[in-house]
Ligand binder design. Structure first.
Ligand code: ATP
Ligand code: MG
Length: 508
């Protein structure tokens, strides 16, 4: 093969952390103008490999050939200057900066008297924003952007640095479908510029749609590389987990009863700004999925139910009795638990060990509210869930902050699943989690429902919504647009309801 076939070759890369061989002779060869998917279970070493390329970590062995030359970037600035850009798994832009300042961070154009030339900076940023399809002012603060917009800014930044390789580590984990489509459009443009894109994701359907080549890793080792066209979901999973996974969803064993555990009537946000007139019932033993597009206000409605937001109107009944829920303590006292969408920011005590995170004092105050709970029992349940979810870690004493992204989520989720609420609200419970662990989470959700708990699950993954829910409530623009029974729900029927109240000019 000619030298020039690859824009990037990582050969025999080795990286060791105390107690873990995170990378054991890993190979990755990326062709220019293609999307190269990097896949593997949580903790397989994907982010570590990318951090070694990007100068965040330093490899212990191996060679990196980039654009025909051997490189070893000492930090990310050098990597960016050299032509590599990275959109991180945990996006951490500097929120109080404007878009333009962020794009030019560390490379401000200087004008007269060596002052930063804001005019030039803003004008150039405007052009870049156009390229990534963002029609907002370059003077907007990062803080005011959605995750999808922040990502587009990061991509604009990559283009401005004339990147030849762009790494995207789980770029769609916080995006809903229309934002994903926008990202894919931008990716196509990057391909057309002959840029090589390394794409990390746990979403099979995306991988099969967008990638040209697929490299799979398992336990820090290289498994192989294939043209995406030769792969199927089954063959990818087989290579990732090293065993056969016959079904993506466990068989349903829960029984939905007639007993209404929770009734919500006419919940309306202050000034009708978010959700309005939302009413629904939740039955004992039921898994109610909530579907909808970005902006449907699903999270907001659930936060209100959990007492985190004010209401203009609305009634909540628990087992037929009206209750007031004005703060999370009252929600907990009524045996409602909420696992939030932003676990990374809300739920993790990074420097504490897994065991501490699973039995944290702050949690006792919450869980204590359930009354019945025995702490030892909870720790046992957390431990067993941590094992079921196969958290990859050297020991339970390891600080949770050094776990892989998906493994951190597993620990937090295990902790919450071990609580003893009657109503468990899960907001995007499998975000960033690998296929094997997803199955285990569905199984745990099923088991909880089988024990007579009631589950509300917000999810943006259509297959999960259809595969796990007994019944689906769909929201559109803050309103409940309809309910679908498990037997009648299809992708089409969900999408029809998800766009039901949209007028043409609001639709993206
Ligand atoms: N800074 C660190 N200190 C110690 N161990 C680390 C550190 N960074 C990563 N590891 C370990 O290296 C291994 C690989 O982690 P990595 O983050 O690369 O996984 P990943 O494939 O990106 O997983 P995910 O899909 O969950 O994001 C894990 O066992 C992780 O705990
Ligand atoms: Mg990762």
């Amino acid at each position: 093969m000619p030298e020039t076939e690859y824009i990037l070759e990582m050969r025999d890369i080795v990286k060791t952390f105390p107690g873990v061989k995170a990378l054991d002779n890993v190979t990755l060869k990326v062709r220019p103008g293609t999307v190269h998917a990097l896949m593997g279970e949580n903790g397989a070493g994907k982010s570590t490999l990318m951090k070694c390329l990007f100068g965040i970590y330093h490899k212990d062995g191996g060679t990196i050939i980039f654009d025909g030359q051997e490189v070893d970037f000492k930090d990310s600035k050098e990597a960016i200057d050299g032509g590599v850009s990275m959109i991180h798994q945990e996006l951490q832009p500097i929120r109080m900066m404007t878009i333009a300042e962020n794009v030019f961070l560390g490379n401000y154009p200087l004008g007269k008297f060596n002052l930063v030339d804001h005019g030039k900076m803003n004008a150039e940023t405007s052009e870049l924003l156009k390229e990534v399809g963002l029609s907002i002012s370059p003077k907007t603060l990062l803080n005011d952007l959605t995750v999808s917009q922040m990502q587009s800014v990061e991509i604009a930044k990559a283009i401005s640095h004339k990147a030849k390789v762009v790494i995207m580590d789980e770029p769609t984990s916080s995006l809903t479908s229309s934002e994903v489509e926008k990202l894919f459009e931008i990716i196509r443009q990057l391909k057309a510029k002959n840029i090589g894109i390394i794409y990390i994701s746990h979403k099979m359907d995306e991988i099969l749609r967008i990638s040209d080549d697929i490299t799979i890793m398992r336990d820090g080792q290289y498994v192989g590389t294939w043209p995406a066209s030769e792969m199927t979901t089954a063959s990818i999973i087989h290579n990732m987990v090293g065993r056969e996974l016959t079904s993506l969803f466990p068989e349903k064993t829960n029984v939905v009863t007639d007993e209404v555990v929770l009734r919500v009537e006419n919940m309306t946000s202050p000034n009708h700004l978010s959700f309005k007139q939302a009413s629904f019932d939740l039955h004992k033993g039921e898994i109610l999925g909530i579907g909808g597009l970005v902006g449907a206000q699903r999270t907001e409605l659930m936060e209100a139910l959990y007492g985190m937001r004010g209401l203009d109107d609305g009634k909540i009944y628990i087992k037929g009795k009206e209750v007031k829920i004005k703060n999370p303590e009252q929600a907990i006292a009524n045996k409602i638990a909420l696992v939030t969408e932003d676990r990374r920011y809300n739920g993790i005590f990074g420097v504490l060990s897994i065991t501490d995170n699973a039995s944290i004092a702050a949690l006792k105050q919450y869980v204590g509210g359930f009354g019945l709970l025995n702490e030892k029992r909870m720790n046992d349940v957390v431990d067993s869930n941590v094992q079921r979810l196969r958290v990859k870690t050297p020991s339970n004493k390891t600080p949770i902050g050094s776990l892989s992204g998906g493994n951190q989520q597993k620990v937090i989720l295990a902790r919450w699943l071990a609580g003893n609420p009657d109503v468990l609200i899960l907001d995007e419970p499998t975000r960033g989690i690998d296929v094997g662990a997803k199955y285990e989470i569905y199984q745990i959700i099923n088991d909880l429902a089988k024990e007579g708990k009631s589950i509300i699950m917000i999810t943006s993954e259509m297959s999960e919504l259809l595969g796990v829910s007994d019944r689906i409530m769909v929201m559109c623009e803050g309103r409940v647009s309809g309910f679908l029974d498990r037997t009648e729900a299809t992708q089409e029927s969900v999408m029809t309801l998800a766009t039901r109240f949209m007028t043409e000019n609001v639709e993206e």
